[in-house]
Design a binder for this molecule. Structure first.
Ligand code: PEP
Ligand code: MG
Length: 604
């Protein structure tokens, strides 16, 4: 069993940079695409120097004065952040600007303030040194956590403390200095407030060693429309100031010293993308329908409440997957029912008249919770993750279920369970749901009796029994990230077997067909929310299989819509006929690419 309330961590999966290409000066680095767009410029390394922090002994009589200085610096930092927040709210909207609330909360953290006072009294050293040491310890702790989302919190702490130390030391905070607009910032990491300053000093793009698509900085980059690639390990030592560089925020690629052919290729792509972007506004209002009129609901995946604005702005028809585990990740205790209820209510209200599918907690494996002590597992991806964890901790699970049931009164929420492996497991989850309803009835709290419940199909046993499962739920959502990993036995985080990942493998196509046909035979709808849904090369395949809904990252919504609008059902069905019985996954892949290229090559 697991103990809840203690700390552990599990491995995460960042993309490794391939070695530089041999035989030429062009070097290509693969990272994680977090904000779309193509930018060309020269490298500007942003390396904020750690400040020299003076150390001096103080007498007991000086303690009060040191605390007073600390309070003044804290207040000055608060007003500085409020000011940035206000400016950001005016330019990118209130929701995204509210990211700075986390910084304001840090400044008021009673545990931190108590620790500062206690250390000051005990160590009798100047307040700058005391504060700096505490922050360093805390960042070291966060940086050691292998969970990418939690590690991002170290960046928030560093950012706030740098600001406060500048006030204590009487220096203004260093700005991100960008000599002219054609520089691409290369940095170890960028804090949200660094990114906010990029808004004042526009840059063409940024690339960082650290980061993930859920980092606050990535959210701001998307909101500001700055192309960005993160997770480029050691990139600072690989590039020099002034080197020519090209950043592809669509594919997460940074190319140093691009050849004239590469530049020409990207120049063409950039012009085409600019034309597409220009038409994007109109595209947002058009229907997600094939040329011959088949409607496919196009919704967005979401990990954080801050993304609602971008989801709507990109024209998504609701949320197809809300990954609730991100509400549990950056904390030392689990969220309570009331807190979850409020967040789910906000989602329900913002998404009206569309639906939002809340996925129940999918923790474990690469998404370990900070307050759970996990027993060591040899194969965590085959271990106690997803619904299995929740069914082993039913009281804990019911907190979330009650919050979802109650919030569903506020709008069109649906709910789905992750990692369901068969009918009995589904029934057990539904029995817990019934208990949660009963508890709400006893409390006399209003809730949505008719909440629509679906499941993710991401385990091969669920795919094989899709016909049985379809009788018991309102919808399926196919999680191809896990389904393909289990079906083809490819660890989704292991780059050495990544070449085997091919959604056009006949095994994948047959499995998807079985799931979709089973759903339709039972009269329910079926969506797909794995990364495959946002892969333009495979849109023809998914349309041909008869998928009803695709849920993709918000920035991909307009492009996938364009792809859908460029296709017709007979051509996509013909592709399925050709691929279902093909012995070659490579040929199948080529067939998908050929159809995609012939219909919307300009998007690829
Ligand atoms: C999936 O497995 O495809 C999925 C959407 O879930 P996650 O990526 O959160 O495991
Ligand atoms: Mg999954």
């Amino acid at each position: 069993m697991h103990r809840i309330h203690t700390t552990t961590s599990q491995s995460d999966h960042l993309v490794q940079i391939p070695p530089p290409k041999e035989g030429g000066s062009e070097r290509l680095y693969q990272g994680i695409a977090v904000a779309p767009g193509i930018a060309e410029g020269i490298v500007f390394k942003y390396l904020p120097n750690e400040q020299a922090i003076p150390v001096r002994e103080i007498s007991e009589a000086e303690v009060d004065n040191e605390m007073k200085r600390f309070e003044e610096a804290r207040c000055a930092t608060q007003s500085e952040i409020l000011d940035i927040k206000k400016r950001m709210a005016q330019s990118i909207g209130v929701t995204d600007a509210s990211l700075f609330d986390a910084h304001l909360l840090l400044l008021e953290d009673p545990i931190l303030l108590k620790e500062v006072h206690q250390s000051l009294c005990k160590e009798l050293l100047n307040i700058e040194h005391i504060f700096h040491s505490i922050v360093k310890r805390s960042c070291t702790h966060f940086n050691q956590i292998k969970n990418a989302y939690l590690r991002e919190r170290a960046i928030d702490i560093e950012d706030v403390s740098r600001r406060l130390l500048h006030h204590l030391l009487g220096k203004p905070k260093q700005r991100v200095y960008v000599p002219n607009r054609h520089h691409i910032i290369v940095s170890h990491s960028l804090t949200p407030s660094d990114a906010a300053m990029l808004h004042d000093d526009p840059v063409v793009a940024f690339a960082t060693e650290k980061g993930s698509k859920t980092s606050h900085t990535a959210i701001i980059a998307r909101a500001l429309g700055i192309p960005a690639v993160v997770g480029l390990h050691n990139i600072i030592s690989e590039v020099s100031d002034g080197e020519a560089v090209l950043l592809d925020g669509y594919h997460g690629v940074l190319i140093v010293n691009p050849s004239s052919e590469t530049l020409a290729r990207y120049q063409g792509m950039k012009l085409e993308q600019e034309t597409i972007e220009k038409n994007l506004k109109e595209l947002r209002q058009t229907a997600s329908k094939t040329r011959d009129g088949r409607a496919i609901i196009l919704s967005a995946n979401s990990e954080l409440p801050e993304e609602m604005g971008s989801i709507l702005a990109n024209g998504a028809e609701g949320i197809g997957l809300y990954r609730t585990e991100f509400l549990y990740l950056n904390r030392s205790t689990p969220p309570e029912e009331e807190e979850l209820y409020k967040i789910f209510c906000t989602i329900a209200e913002r998404m009206k008249p569309y639906n939002a599918i809340i996925r129940t907690l999918d923790s474990g494996a690469d998404k370990a919770l900070g307050f759970v002590e996990y027993p060591k597992e040899e194969n965590p991806f085959l271990g106690c993750r997803g619904i299995r964890f929740c069914l082993q901790h039913k009281d804990f699970f019911k907190v979330q279920l009650r919050a979802i049931l109650r919030a569903a009164v506020a709008g069109n929420l649906r709910m789905m369970y992750p990692m369901i492996s068969g009918v009995e497991e589904l029934r057990e989850a539904n029995a817990v749901l019934e208990e949660a309803k009963q508890e709400l009835r006893q409390r006399g709290v209003p809730f949505q009796e008719e909440l629509e419940v679906g499941i993710m199909i991401e385990v091969p046993s669920a795919a094989m029994t899709a016909d049985l499962l379809a009788r018991e739920v309102k919808f399926f959502s196919i999680g191809t990230n896990d389904l393909i990993q289990y079906l083809l036995s490819i660890d989704r985080g292991n780059e050495s077997v990544a070449y085997l990942y091919n959604p056009a493998h006949a095994a994948v196509i047959r499995t998807l067909k079985k799931i979709i046909d089973s759903a339709h035979d039972a009269g329910i709808w079926v969506g797909l929310c794995g990364e495959l849904a946002g892969d333009l090369l495979f849109t023809p395949l998914l349309v041909g299989l008869g998928i009803d809904e695709l849920s993709v990252s918000a920035p991909m919504v307009p492009r996938i819509k364009k792809a859908i609008q460029s296709l017709d059902i007979p051509a996509c069905q013909e592709l399925i006929t050709q691929t279902l019985h093909s012995e070659s996954a490579t040929e199948n892949h080529a067939r998908c690419v050929a159809l995609a290229e012939s219909r919307y090559g300009f998007l690829l």
